[in-house]
Design a binder for this molecule. Structure first.
Ligand code: ZN
Length: 414
């Protein structure tokens, strides 16, 4: 018989639970539920109880919990969630970065065969094991920064077998890191230049031949597409998303990055999230605000490309939900420091601490359709991170410099 393991952590100066907050709309710091001198009682991999340390202490003792006494100041938060990354790839695009800074645009580089296609070429050359190994390395770096759940997209294969290789590599990587990797099929990243047929034929082949395998082999529950001039049009993507929806996949969209059009498609298809939105106008903001689609800002892409940020303030004030993700990828967002990027977005878009932290916890969980994490509440998985400070406001104030020094993944300290 398996014995139940209890762990009691505390006393914690501040536990910012992120509980009981709305998924949509603006948030004020005063709305945050902050427990002073808190204790967290873990049962196996779940939060069993959370509250004032000395209130929970007798219970923890009576059930024989292992006591993790914190010495010094700590602020506890639910493990961060990065709901949009492309960390399964081979090769560097430092050359593109230099070209962009020399004045050549992202779209021009893409049109001349550089950009994403360069990464496709290098990723296709890499073995499945090598890709898994690179993904684990990057996931572990994220985990050290307190990111305990990481979405990972395919999209550098752009052929059925190559997309399968990527998604299998992500699955293998997930078995070899403590972080939870959530796979997404982005076979509709850009039209493959070596495909014999039209874009419609390509999308059709993917939906007919790849989608069933994703289901039968449990490789992904999410389908993403890049709707953009250099990628796929809103019109071409309709039957593709239709098929995905019929098969029960969650839909997510790379939307409005350079030109507005993708978010409308996202809302029409009831997508779980619309990501990027740097070029969204008031019209798209209103559409998103009226929908249940989570808007996802990717400040790392704005920094990598030197373009404006997603209108996060406007989205929140209009009533939309806002998650914040790193978009970590070798082209437009090579940094991959989610907390730094979220804090910077907060400065430029005038976001409250609550809005920034919500964007990388429970609102990011919502963008991944995960109900079991993103807050510190009874029954949620015990993904907990501890920052060495006595005031949660230090976290955004230090703009990503302050990292968690203690991390628990599913109740286990790592
Ligand atoms: Zn992306």
């Amino acid at each position: 018989m398996k014995t139940i393991k209890y762990t009691f952590i505390g006393p914690i100066r501040q536990a910012v639970t992120m509980a009981n907050l709305p998924v949509k709309g603006a948030l004020k710091d005063e709305q945050l539920h902050v427990i002073q001198e808190a204790g967290i009682l873990i049962k196996d991999d779940e939060i069993y109880d959370i509250g004032p340390y000395w209130d929970l202490y007798p219970e923890a003792q009576s059930i024989g919990a292992e006591m993790v006494n914190l010495k010094g100041d700590f602020v506890a938060l639910p493990g961060f969630i990065d709901c949009h990354t492309h960390i399964c790839f081979e090769g560097s695009r430092a050359k593109d970065y230099a070209m962009r800074n020399a004045g050549i645009s992202y779209l021009e580089i893409a049109k001349s065969g550089g950009g994403i296609w360069d990464t496709v070429t290098q990723t296709r050359k890499a073995s499945l094991d090598k890709l898994a190994q690179l993904t684990v390395q990057r996931a572990n770096r994220h985990l050290k920064d307190g990111i305990t759940t990481i979405e990972v997209k395919s999209g550098y294969g752009l052929a059925i077998e190559e997309e399968l290789k990527m998604l299998k590599a992500i699955k293998l990587a997930n078995e070899n890191t403590f972080a939870d990797l959530i796979p997404t099929c982005l076979a509709a990243h850009i039209p493959p230049i070596d495909y014999q047929g039209t874009q419609k034929d390509y999308l059709n082949a993917i939906s007919e031949e790849l989608f069933p395998t994703l289901r039968s082999e449990g490789l992904a529950n999410r389908i993403d597409a890049f709707i953009e001039e250099t990628a796929f049009t809103a019109e071409d993507i309709q039957p593709y998303f239709q098929k995905a929806k019929e098969m029960g996949f969650d839909i997510t969209v790379h939307a409005d990055q350079f030109h507005a059009s993708g978010s409308k498609v996202a809302v029409n298809f009831g997508a779980i999230s619309a990501d990027h939105l740097e070029s969204s106008t008031d019209k798209e903001i209103e559409l998103l605000a009226k929908s249940d689609t989570i808007a996802v800002a990717l400040p790392g892409a704005s920094m990598g490309l030197g373009v404006g940020y997603t209108p996060a303030r406007k989205l929140l004030d209009a009533g939309a939900s806002l998650a914040i993700a790193s978009d970590w990828n070798p082209g437009s967002a090579p940094m991959g420091d989610l907390l730094m990027q979220a804090a910077a977005l907060g400065t430029f878009e005038k976001l409250s601490n609550a809005e920034v932290l919500a964007g990388i916890t429970f609102r990011a969980a919502a963008a991944l359709n995960l109900a079991d994490r993103g807050t510190m509440e009874i029954g949620k998985i015990a993904d907990l991170i501890f920052f060495p400070t006595d005031d949660y406001r230090e976290i955004t104030y230090q703009q990503g410099r302050l990292k968690p020094s203690k991390i628990f993944k599913r109740g286990v300290e790592i």
